[in-house]
Design a protein around this ligand. Structure first.
Ligand code: C2E
Ligand code: MG
Ligand code: MG
Length: 511
């Protein structure tokens, strides 16, 4: 006789032969039936037992048929696991996470506790992935997974949402304090170097936190709000955490509204350029002009770049807007040239997305041809942090621009952690000292040390140095005493509309 048991309860099951004898019918076996072999080993089986009749329908025996289903069962469990886990890190995926959140909410309701969701997005992960390759990126994600898992209790769930996004579910938290402490621990753990092959990689993360019941009644709402809070952590300079606040949603709505309005702003001709002179500090003569973008919004009035450039950048709208700026600037400069105004160089700010766009150099070339402005009259300002994001690609793009004959300026210099070797390699003409250093000139903490250092560095690299944001005579005198040749700032003039600028600074050359 053979021994069969119920796999879940481990109790013996009634022998199917007896059942068939009693009922005189074919019987299937219960699911999860386990056959215990003579040697004590077990296999999962599926089977059925049927009666055997002789020629005059008398029951003479029972035939039992069974087969080994352990492989099929293991496969089905594996499929279930795959459907609920992330392939790369083996962490629960969104499906399983949603389940766990629902359970956690039910338990929080029962015991009057809270649930916290931590939404993590690695900072600049794309950069690592692009520059070191996907295999390295994958290993980094696995290393991050280990750190995250060891930073939480094993009753908490760490899950991966795909890409470089992770979500951590903290159950039974009494207050938001647990979430804050966990977030702090994660920030600390992740900053330690990750050893991947022979590389030491450094990565940080931004974390948004939402708490049940305050910030949402179900998984969907809690996730959305944690995501919103994460964006605020990013905006706050990355490598930090933020709790969700209701005003964040108001701001998120405003942001969406601005994006929607930006989409039609070009069509509605709502952009204008303002022009701020660059001045030779020794003789007060104008040396050039910087174009600064203004948006004439029909309801909000005049908007400054800081209110919309980041949104334009994120949505990709900066590319067509930037093209408009460049075309407008070149057209205006050509017009002034044709009117025999003194020859000046016109500078246009270029943001990251524009600079790295594959058609950027071609566009610049096309716009110069279209406007017939000689390329020596065009200057492009690119911030140091954009150039340093991918210094090698930047070098290549700068060389192409230089070949066209364009002047190149590193904007906001001093804030982007340039490596000196790259600075030497970039074919640039001008360093523009970031205004924050100019404003610190008088303060005891700095006393212009950084400004002095940048000026002498620029001079030894044979670059022109210009100081932006000069607001008073004291700053001007200090800069002059350090042999800074050029400057820009409210002390001389704010940015003006084209006609006002031309009237003040571009008196027609009569000689
Ligand atoms: P930026 O290129 O560093 O421009 C200098 C900013 O400082 C301008 O602000 C200018 O109006 C302001 N400024 C000038 N002199 C002074 C001063 O003495 N004191 C102070 N406190 N500020 C002064 P704005 O026009 O608001 O532009 C801000 C930033 O927006 C620019 O920084 C630039 O990065 C970006 N931006 C402006 N126009 C464009 C554009 O057409 N395209 C792109 N991609 N970015 C632009
Ligand atoms: Mg600039
Ligand atoms: Mg600047």
């Amino acid at each position: 006789m053979f021994q069969i048991i119920d796999g879940a309860t481990r109790q013996p099951i009634i022998n199917p032969v007896d059942l068939v004898l009693q009922s005189n019918k074919t019987m299937g076996l219960a699911q999860d039936t386990v056959l215990v072999r003579r040697d004590g080993s077990e296999i999962e089986i599926a089977d059925s037992a049927s009666p055997i009749y002789d020629w005059d329908s008398k029951l003479t025996g029972v035939v039992v048929v069974f087969h080994d289903v352990s492989v099929a069962k293991a496969m089905s469990m594996k499929m279930t696991h795959l459907a609920q886990h992330d392939f790369l890190t083996n962490l629960p995926n969104r499906v399983l996470l949603n389940d766990r959140i629902a359970q956690a909410i039910a338990s929080a309701n029962r015991y009057g506790t809270q649930v916290a969701l931590l939404f993590l997005d690695l900072d600049n992960f794309k950069h690592i992935n692009d520059s070191l390759g996907h295999a390295t990126g994958d290993k980094l994600l696995q290393s991050v997974t280990k750190r995250l898992s060891s930073s939480v209790r094993n009753t908490d769930t760490v899950s991966r949402q795909g890409g470089d996004e992770f979500i951590i579910l903290l159950e039974d938290s009494k207050t938001g304090k647990t979430a804050a402490l966990t977030a702090e621990k994660i920030l600390e753990e992740l900053t330690l170097p990750h050893i991947i092959g022979k590389c030491q990689l450094h990565i940080t993360t931004s974390i948004g936190i939402s708490v049940y019941p305050q910030n949402g009644s179900d998984a969907e709402e809690l996730l959305k709000n944690a995501d919103t809070a994460m964006y605020h952590a990013k905006e706050n300079g990355r490598n930090n955490y933020q709790f969700f606040e209701n005003e964040m949603n108001t701001r998120a709505v405003q942001r969406l509204q601005i994006e929607a309005d930006l989409r039609v702003a070009l069509e509605k001709k709502q952009f204008v350029l303002h022009y701020q002179p660059k001045i030779n500090l020794d003789n007060n003569q104008i040396t050039g002009v910087e174009c600064l973008l203004r948006w004439q919004h029909d309801e909000r009035g005049e908007m400054l770049p800081e209110q919309f450039v980041a949104i334009a950048e994120e949505s990709g709208l900066i590319v067509p807007i930037g093209r408009w700026v460049l075309r407008e600037a070149c057209k205006q400069a050509k017009k002034w040239l044709d009117e025999s105004k003194p020859i000046i160089i016109i500078a246009v700010n270029i943001s990251a997305k524009e600079f790295l766009h594959k058609d950027f150099v071609e566009n610049v070339r096309a716009i110069l041809i279209e406007s017939q402005l000689p390329s020596s009259h065009l200057e492009l300002e690119i911030t140091e942090s954009v150039l340093m994001r991918d210094a090698q690609s930047s070098t290549a793009i700068l060389h192409q621009l230089k070949q066209i004959g364009i002047q190149l300026t590193v904007d906001d210099f001093g804030t982007g952690y340039s490596s000196l070797s790259y600075l030497q390699q970039f074919p640039i003409d001008v360093l523009k000292i970031d205004q924050s250093f100019v404003h610190q000139i008088a303060s005891a903490s700095d006393e212009g040390v950084i400004v002095s250092a940048i000026i002498s560095m620029g001079n030894s690299l044979k670059l022109r140095v210009i100081a932006e944001g000069i607001e008073n005579k004291m700053q001007l005198d200090f800069l002059k005493s350090r042999h800074c040749i050029e400057g820009q700032g409210y002390f001389f003039s704010p940015a003006l509309i084209a006609t006002a600028f031309a009237a003040t600074y571009l008196k027609t050359n009569v000689s």
